[in-house]
Design a protein. Structure first.
Length: 383
């Protein structure tokens, strides 16, 4: 007690989880999937697995064979793919399945197989159910592997807003297996590349160079290492991306600090993504946002023209969009209003000051943004 009427409660939550690269998690000889997330002494042989519909079609048989071989009794829930399903209704469907299964509180990890959409929404369900049940994440998209799966954020869209509802929930474990990327279509590979470009621009010049030199090869080989160079670079790029992302996330996992470099690409992007209503993928809006704020930085002179050009050229080379017809002055203004609220009253706009280095701006006017947009359109390479 610190006064006559006041009791202070002070407790700390420890985040402690592992992100593990594994070469073939569905190989029955790999123990990771069978053991991941079950750290309690009273181990259970039951699991509930939530699968994206496409992942189920492609890998469902192998996943079922794996759990069966390991003597785990598993219930399967298959969810339809697509950002339009990242809503509360789907979360409640998942929760109804937990009830039907009779999910124990700690010893029966929920295991998710899918991209960022599925992981985000199952994350919401697992963080709410009994106020938190363990969740093992198995990302099957590039974007999932380098970003969505490895931090502590869960989220669903609500109203007109991206990720308006969600929670911070550390995963019980994350298993990264690039073999899943073999079946990913080219657009979704490029989409994942956008989050890698984001990270490279703000903190890792070497990663940026690797993308400049080998980005197209990586996409062509779907990160499967069909050539010796492709193999070496795929491993390097995935490891540098995950390592760099975790280095940004770990010291600020609960986002007490709102100046976040990994928000680069996400200042007006989320509003554009919602407005485009399925026409643009998440990573594509990240690319458009990167292009816009690179232009802001170059126009201000905090970024030299050569570096600015390299960033835009890399986006073009990776066939990522750098503009969209729905991006206009009105959208920019409304996006910034919401972003400032999300960042607690300040803009905190990450912008590059070189390749691999960034700063935050807090005084960008609506006119400056509109002017950057006009500038981008004048410079746009006709296709
Ligand atoms: N929580 C976070 O920190 C965080 C970070 C970044 C992005 N996100 C969220 O992630 C979402 C985007 O994730 P995404 O890009 O992975 O999209 P996604 O989950 O929609 O998956 C993309 C598509 O690929 C299909 N698919 C998945 N795995 C496949 C495979 N191995 N082979 C073939 N097809 C496969 C899916 O069915 C889907 O159609 C957005 O909602 C974004 O907000 C969250
Ligand atoms: O897209 C996401 C998370 O949703 C990440 O790629 C990104 O690094 C950041 O977490 C976002 O910039 C901020 O996300 P949010 O708080 O707006 O959901
Ligand atoms: Co993102």
């Amino acid at each position: 007690m610190i006064g006559l009427e006041t009791y202070r409660v002070s407790a700390q939550a420890l985040a402690d989880y592992e992100v593990t690269f594994s070469d073939d998690i569905l190989d029955r000889a790999s123990p990771e999937l069978a053991t991941c997330g079950n750290r309690t002494e009273t181990r259970s042989r039951r699991r509930i697995a939530v699968l994206d519909e496409s992942v189920n079609a492609l890998y469902g048989t192998r996943i079922r064979e794996y759990f069966e071989w390991h003597g785990l009794e598993c219930q399967y829930v298959v969810l339809p793919p697509g950002e339009q399903h990242k809503v509360m209704e789907t979360v409640l469907t998942v929760i109804a399945e937990f009830d039907r299964f009779g999910l124990d509180r700690r010893r029966e990890p929920v295991i998710s197989f899918g991209g960022g959409v599925l992981l985000d929404l199952v994350g919401v369900a697992t963080s709410m159910y009994r106020r938190g049940v363990p969740h093992v994440r198995v990302p099957t998209t590039l974007l999932g592997q380098v970003d969505a799966a490895i931090g502590a954020k869960t989220g669903i869209n609500h109203g007109a807003h991206k990720n308006r509802l969600g929670s911070f929930q550390q995963p019980a474990g994350v298993l990264l297996d690039r073999r899943f990327l073999a079946s990913l279509d080219e657009r979704h590979l490029r989409n994942g590349m956008a989050e890698i470009v984001k990270l490279a621009v703000v903190r890792d010049e070497r990663l940026f160079e690797l993308l400049e030199e080998h980005g197209e090869l990586l996409i062509e080989e779907r990160f499967q290492g069909s050539s010796p160079t492709g193999e070496r670079v795929a491993r390097q790029v995935l490891h540098r991306s995950v390592q760099g992302m975790l280095a940004e996330l770990e010291p600020n996992l609960w986002e007490r600090e709102l100046d976040r470099l990994v928000d680069f690409g996400h200042s007006v992007g989320p509003a554009l993504e919602m407005r485009a209503d399925g026409e643009l993928l998440h990573g594509e809006t990240v690319a458009i946002d990167i292009a816009l704020f690179t232009t802001v930085a170059a126009s201000r002179g905090v970024l030299d023209d050569k570096a600015g050009r390299r960033i835009l050229e890399l986006l073009h080379r990776l066939a990522l969009p750098t503009d969209h017809h729905l991006l206009d002055g009105d959208l920019l203004r409304r996006a910034m209003t919401d972003t400032v609220r999300h960042r607690d009253g300040r803009q905190r706009l990450p912008v590059p000051v070189g390749i691999g280095a960034a700063t935050f701006l807090n005084d960008v006017s609506d006119e400056e943004l509109r002017s950057a947009l006009r500038h981008r359109r004048r410079e746009a390479v006709p296709t």
